[in-house]
Ligand binder design. Structure first.
Ligand code: AMP
Length: 182
């Protein structure tokens, strides 16, 4: 099983991915978490990624594709996985398609969480993450609209994409997602 969760920053992708991974017995792969871990450990990757993340811009496709290849090949992902925060550009989506084709997976099932900007900003300001300052949030929403929103269209052409309304309790939203995945 291979799932992708899409949606703007602050939509609750991380929270929902963790729950889905637990319930379906698959691996949660968050590229944001992988990068934050690298920053904490001051690895070469972390040192490169830090400034880009703090500004709300995207880490380069080359770096991200390398990260995702490694994560997908790990033994812990063998039973299936949910991708959270990847792909974020059309190039990442195209590369991911190639990787998954070569590994013999059938096409992804894609969950797209929808939410309006005011609610996203409210949630991100309440989250207290280092890259959740007012200015960075504004930039991340712009980056999302310009570079990541087209990823949904990429999948609409070839996969099942389920739009999930992101307002409600964590459990309500989780039930909505599990219902469409049945
Ligand atoms: P997230 O936790 O998914 O919001 O990711 C936090 C930050 O990590 C983003 O604002 C980007 O700077 C970076 N990042 C995470 N995933 C990707 C990706 N697939 N491509 C580029 N940058 C990413």
């Amino acid at each position: 099983m291979y799932l992708i969760i899409l949606g703007p920053p602050g939509a609750g992708k991380g929270t929902q991915s963790v729950l889905i991974a637990q319930k379906l017995g698959i691996k949660h792969l968050s590229t944001g978490e992988i990068l934050r871990q690298a920053v904490t450990e001051s690895t070469t990757l972390g040192l490169k990624a830090k400034e880009v993340m703090d500004s709300g811009n995207l880490v380069s496709d080359d770096i991200m594709i390398g990260i995702i290849k490694e994560a997908i090949s790990d033994e812990s992902a063998k039973k299936g996985f949910i991708l959270d925060g990847f792909p974020r550009t059309i190039q990442q989506a195209e590369e991911l398609d190639k990787i998954m084709d070569s590994l013999g997976y059938s096409s992804a099932r894609v969950i797209n969480i929808t939410l309006d900007d005011n609610e996203l900003i409210r949630r991100m300001l309440g989250r207290g993450r280092k890259d959740d300052t007012a200015e960075t949030i504004k930039n991340r929403l712009n980056v999302y609209k310009e570079q990541t929103a087209p990823v949904k269209e990429h999948y609409s052409k070839k996969s099942a994409v389920f739009d999930i309304y992101g307002i409600g309790s964590i459990n309500e939203i989780n039930d909505r997602i599990l219902e469409v995945l049945k």
